[in-house]
Design a protein around this ligand. Structure first.
Ligand code: PGA
Length: 256
C-alpha cells in the first residue's frame, strides 16, 4: 500500500450471513477491539436487512456500511430489487458491484457492472468493483486480458473526477472461500495491472489515488504480507470478517 496517495480500505463482505441482531453483536465486538483506529477505513458489506442496525451501531465508530449489490435503475417495476437512492437514504456509503458470486449465480455481466458503477457514483455511493479470473483462465494464461477487459468495461463513460471515488477489488475466483490465497506476488501483479489500465485511460495522478484491494481467503495470518505489497491497498474479506477477533486482527495487520 502507498498511504501517501490513497486510503487503505479493509472491507468485510458478510455475504448471506448474520441476522440483524447478530449484526449488532458483531459490530459491537468490533468496536470494542478497533475503536477509532486511524490507519485505515473499515467498511462492512452487510445484507440489505442489516443495513439500518449496522448504520446505527457503527455510527460512533470509524466504520462505514456498504451494500452487497444494488439495481442500476432509479426506481420502477423491478420486484425484489433495491436502488442506490434507497441505500443512500439509509446512510450507506459504499456498494459492492460485480462480485464473482453475483456474476456466477445471478447473471451479472460486465455491462450491468458498468451501469451499476454509473448509478452508484451519480448517487454519491462509492462502488467496490470486483474483478478476477477463474482457475481455467489463469491456467490458460489469459488473466491479463480478462482483467483488463473487466476493468475497461466497468469504467466505460466514467469521468476522471468520479474514478477517484471508485475502489477495485482483485478477487481471483479460485481463491474465494477456498482457503487458497493468491501469493503476495500474484496479488501485487494483478493489482498493478489494474492500476496500469486506469493510468492508461485517466493518467498517473488519478491512477495513484485509486484504492485497489485484494480479496480471496485473506485472513489474520496472510494479511500482513499481502497488504505490504505496493499496489495492494486493502482487502475484501469474506469468511474471516464474520468474527470480530479475526477481522480486527486483519485491521491491525493493515497498520504495519
Ligand atoms: P473469502 O471471500 O475471504 O471468504 O475468500 C472473499 C470475497 O468473496 O469477497
Amino acid at each position: 500500500m502507498n498511504r501517501k496517495y490513497r486510503k487503505t480500505i479493509i472491507a468485510g463482505n458478510w455475504k448471506m450471513n448474520k441476522t440483524p441482531s447478530e449484526a449488532k453483536e458483531l459490530i459491537e465486538g468490533l468496536k470494542a477491539k478497533v475503536g477509532r483506529q486511524k490507519w485505515c477505513d473499515v467498511v462492512l458489506c452487510v445484507p440489505f436487512v442489516d443495513i439500518p442496525v449496522a448504520v446505527r451501531t457503527a455510527r460512533d465508530a470509524k466504520i462505514a456500511v456498504a451494500a452487497q449489490n444494488m439495481h442500476y435503475e432509479k426506481s420502477g417495476a423491478f420486484t425484489g430489487e433495491i436502488s442506490a437512492d434507497m441505500l443512500k437514504e439509509l446512510g450507506v456509503k459504499y456498494v459492492v458491484v460485480g462480485h464473482s458470486e453475483r456474476r456466477q449465480y445471478f447473471a451479472e455481466t460486465d455491462k450491468t457492472v458498468n451501469l451499476k458503477v454509473k448509478a452508484a457514483l451519480e448517487t454519491g455511493l462509492r462502488p467496490i468493483i470486483c474483478v478476477g479470473e477463474t482457475l481455467e483462465q489463469r491456467e490458460a494464461e489469459i488473466t491479463e486480458q480478462h482483467i483488463t477487459a473487466q476493468v475497461k468495461v466497468a469504467l466505460l463513460d466514467i469521468p476522471a473526477e468520479l474514478v477517484r471515488k471508485v475502489v477495485f477489488a482483485y478477487e481471483p475466483v479460485w481463491a474465494i472461500g477456498t482457503g487458497k490465497t493468491a501469493t503476495a506476488e500474484q496479488a501485487a501483479e494483478v493489482c498493478a495491472l489494474i492500476r496500469a489500465v486506469i493510468r492508461a485511460k485517466y493518467g498517473a495522478r488519478v491512477a495513484r489515488s485509486v484504492t485497489i484491494q485484494y480479496g480471496g481467503s485473506m485472513n489474520a495470518s496472510n494479511a500482513q504480507e499481502l497488504l505490504s505489497q505496493l499496489d495492494v491497498d486493502g482487502g475484501l474479506i469474506g469468511g474471516a470478517s464474520l468474527k470480530a477477533d479475526d477481522f480486527a486482527a486483519i485491521i491491525f495487520a493493515a497498520n504495519q
